[in-house]
Design a protein around this ligand. Structure first.
Ligand code: FAQ
Length: 335
């Protein structure tokens, strides 16, 4: 069904057409303008974007799980409604991003197959467990906060459909971050036990949130080229440092602390610095050996199987509509 929405990957071109396409592409990038789906683009640019956008889409879909687990346990009807709306937003983000990725020539079915077969990446952060209600606050504040910090520059990504999807996503993410902040603020101003629960959640989510920005710059094989193509605007370390600076201010308002006594503003570089992160743990999570990798994929597979009847019904409906449309056209030609 999804394959019918695909933009086709351009057919074989002559060397002259390729050279003209490359010149046009280079000009668009130099002017900091936008590449659109039907424009010529280097195969490596298409591949990089498809990799990043599909991984991003998978992150949104898998990222629904830690919070969805808490909808039935939210402490009030109001909190339940807010959390449900947030989780639905994440599903919507996944759909915008799968649509953007499809314009690069890959079907949603193939992307989904790769995800459930364990061949595709999604953000490391969603392989950690959400243990208490305060984790809903820490996820909103730290995880959505890191997502915004990373994604606001992506609104200017050179690939049009990705940049445009990011504009709407970022607006919704800022609501998500505020709701997380507000949960933590209320707990922090509550009983000593509630405050401790908030602090414990921040302690557990802080380092994994910092790792969302990706490996350190000297260990990031894709950054340089992605920045040259105006897909990424800042390096992983630059964004991580900015994020730390934002959190340092906000944690004071929360009356909590960040579990990192090495945070400081370096006056020479004008950048925020933080303590060491456990990159072995990051690579373990990427290799599928994080605390919840198996559980997250298993849940995704089960949801995919449970949804088979919806896909079949939608495909049957689309077939019917197509048959109707073609019968109507034949009638018009005959008349
Ligand atoms: N997790 O060379 P780089 C959200 C991989 S959305 C897993 O630096 P790049 C909303 C990377 O793919 C969160 N893998 O790569 C929400 C590459 O592997 P590959 C998702 C990671 O692409 C909130 C390899 O390491 N956001 O949270 C990670 O230049 C709450 C080498 O790395 C996005 O996807 C990681 N953290 O930079 C939802 C944003 N980091 O493919 C629900 C868009 C790196 O070569 C609830 N993506 N890797 O085998 C990006 O900005 C970039 O792709 C980076 C990585 C910055 C993530």
């Amino acid at each position: 069904m999804a394959a019918q929405n695909l933009q086709s990957v351009p057919a074989e071109l002559t060397p002259e057409e390729d050279a003209a396409g490359q010149a046009h592409f280079d000009r668009i990038i130099a002017e900091d303008s936008r590449i659109e789906p039907r424009d010529w683009m280097p195969a490596a640019y298409r591949k990089t974007l498809l990799r990043q956008v599909s991984q991003h889409a998978h992150s949104e879909i898998i990222g629904m799980q830690p919070e969805a687990n808490w909808i039935s346990r939210a402490p009030s009807l109001k909190r339940k409604a807010i959390l449900m709306a947030k989780v639905q937003d994440e599903a919507g983000h996944g759909l915008y991003l799968y649509s953007a990725a499809e314009t690069l020539g890959q079907s949603r079915d193939k992307m989904m197959d790769d995800l459930i077969a364990g061949k595709a990446r999604y953000s490391s952060i969603f392989n950690y467990p959400a243990l208490t209600w305060a984790d809903m606050g820490a996820i909103g504040w730290l995880v959505d906060g890191a997502a915004i910090c990373n994604q606001v520059p992506l609104c200017r990504a050179s690939y049009g459909p990705y940049g445009r999807a990011m504009v709407r996503i970022c607006k919704e993410e800022s609501f998500h971050q505020r709701q997380g902040f507000e949960i933590l603020l209320e707990l922090s101003n509550g009983t000593p036990e509630q405050k401790q629960m908030a602090q414990d959640a921040v302690n557990r989510w802080y380092a994994p949130a910092l790792m969302m920005f990706g490996p350190p710059d000297d260990d990031s094989p894709n950054s340089k080229q992605s920045m040259a193509w105006n897909i990424k605007r800042f390096s992983n370390d630059e964004l991580r440092s900015r994020f730390v600076g934002m959190m340092v201010e906000q944690v004071r308002v929360l009356g909590l602390t960040l579990p990192d006594d090495q945070i400081r503003f370096n006056e020479d570089t004008r950048k925020w610095e933080h303590g060491p992160l456990d990159w072995d743990e990051f690579h373990e999570v990427l290799a599928g050996r994080g605390p919840c990798n198996a559980q997250r994929l298993e849940r995704r597979r089960a949801a995919h199987d449970d949804g088979a009847w919806v896909r079949e019904a939608a495909a049957a409906y689309a077939d019917k509509q197509r048959a109707k449309q073609s019968a109507k056209q034949q009638k018009e030609y005959a008349a």
